[in-house]
Write a new protein. Structure first.
Length: 447
């Protein structure tokens, strides 16, 4: 017999090109073999499987079988994973690679005064960008390869020229995303805008009128739901973003939030609709929570999402779906230009807290994009400590840059040396959390 059958026939002369920088970790009674540079791994159940894997690093498949004294089923288990997980593959693209996106906060004016609004939206600011300036921004960014634009606020419908802004972005062939509270969209406005945009995110923060009114005021719950209906009917991708109010009653209200989320998923399905729950609270107009409170909030909301909305779609399922992308996670969205309504440019969506690196009115796009590339090099996981030396760096990705690396919140990109290595706290417990996720989801990733 000159072939070994493992769901497919493999030539016994084959030599596996096992990646460099392999690490082997013992966890929960198994061996986790991680290819650091490929963001890939296999799980070996015993020492015989580990021994056969080590033989394959020096011998062809046939040669390894000849000198292997373990059971054939262990050899088959190793080869099955190497093939199914494409363990040799080196053509994995960085997930945090070039993302030609721009975010424009059209106005600070809003028809609501939400207590958790970290943008402190409400009143229009002096000197907000004019339509001509926004038109110029869109045209300039297009010259530099811009493909996606997200318009946010405040409330974007407070701009009387919102139609013209969307039409201009569409004329330039941008992929357009809108973020809105959904309460000012008439059927006529939806009819005009929907064909021009790719997606709309609508914020609804309660499961009924009374709960939503605690945050977004009375009479707005059904208006927002009508906007969801209107855009969805036009074929627009719609997401509903929910940020439950954090108080001592939230845990008791979890079932009601879960039922509301399920009702939306049952109504719209999951092909053109996304349900988003905030699991992290930023300091807002009337909200300030401690780290401990935020952890409690995250736990409660996560339990609303899984299993109350999505059934038993657990964290493991999320991890599986994410890793099916077969990409290395080297960056978050840090570095994309976020332009405030008055022209300040920051490199994180947490615009209020992040140090502006430029102003669109006085700094040209060439300078801004030069700073963008520098910011992304500074925030790359290969430039962070202790991440750059960790076997999980492309699987974990280093986490949210402004959540874990305080220096990147107020980073003066222009004057910071590229060789500067920012540092986060990472515990053995943090690592073991990922190890267990990798072990628990391993077989699902090659079925």
């Amino acid at each position: 017999m000159d072939k070994l059958k493992v769901r497919k026939e493999i030539d016994l002369c084959k030599r596996y090109n096992v990646p460099e920088n392999i690490s082997v970790r013992s966890c929960d009674g198994v061996y986790l073999v991680v290819a650091r540079e490929h963001a890939n791994w296999i799980v070996l159940e015993n020492e015989q499987q580990l021994q056969f894997f080590e033989l394959l690093q020096s011998y062809s498949l046939g040669e390894a079988l000849e000198v292997f004294f373990g059971e054939k089923k262990d050899a088959v288990a190793v080869v099955t994973q190497l093939e199914a997980k494409r363990f040799e593959a080196a053509n994995i693209k960085p997930l945090g690679g070039d993302q030609p996106s721009i975010f424009i906060y059209l106005t600070s004016e809003c028809n609501m005064q939400c207590p958790h609004c970290y943008m402190y939206a409400g009143k229009k600011k002096e000197g907000e960008l004019s339509f001509h300036e926004i038109k110029t921004i869109l045209a300039e960014y297009k010259k530099y390869g811009g493909k996606t634009v997200c318009f946010s606020g405040g409330e974007i419908c407070m701009r009387p020229d919102i139609i013209q802004i969307v039409q201009e972005a569409s004329r330039l062939e941008y992929k357009i995303k809108l973020m809105t509270n959904g309460t000012l969209w008439t059927p006529e406005l939806i009819d005009t805008v929907a064909p021009l945009v790719d997606s709309v995110q609508i914020s609804i923060d309660g499961y009924d009128e009374e709960e939503n009114a605690r945050i977004r005021g009375r009479g707005n719950f059904q208006k927002a739901l009508d906007a969801v209906d209107g855009f969805f009917a036009k074929g627009t991708k719609v997401s509903v973003a929910i940020t439950p109010l954090y108080d001592e009653e939230l845990e008791q209200k979890a079932q009601k939030f879960g039922a509301f989320g399920r009702s939306l998923l049952e109504k719209y399905g999951q092909d053109n609709f996304t349900l988003l729950f905030s699991t992290n609270l930023l300091a807002g107009r009337e909200i300030s929570v401690s780290k401990e409170e935020n952890k409690k909030y995250e736990k409660i909301v996560t339990e609303i999402i899984y299993p109350l909305c999505y059934g038993e779609m657990t964290e493991e399922k999320k991890f599986i779906d994410f890793n099916k992308l077969s990409s290395r996670v080297n960056l978050c969205a840090y570095g994309n230009p976020y332009i405030s309504s008055t022209g300040d440019v920051a490199f994180c969506s947490e615009l209020v807290y992040t140090h502006p690196v430029a102003n669109i009115r006085k700094d040209g796009f060439a300078k801004i994009l030069e700073l963008r590339e520098k910011a992304r090099r500074l925030a790359d996981v290969d430039n962070l400590m202790p991440c750059r030396e960790c076997e999980l760096k492309y699987i974990c990705g280093g986490g949210c840059r402004t959540a874990f690396f305080e220096e990147l919140i107020q980073c003066d990109v222009d004057s910071t040396d590229v060789g500067t290595h920012f540092e986060r706290v990472c515990t053995q417990q943090d690592k073991e959390h990922f190890y267990r996720l990798m072990i628990q989801t391993n077989s699902e990733l090659f079925r």
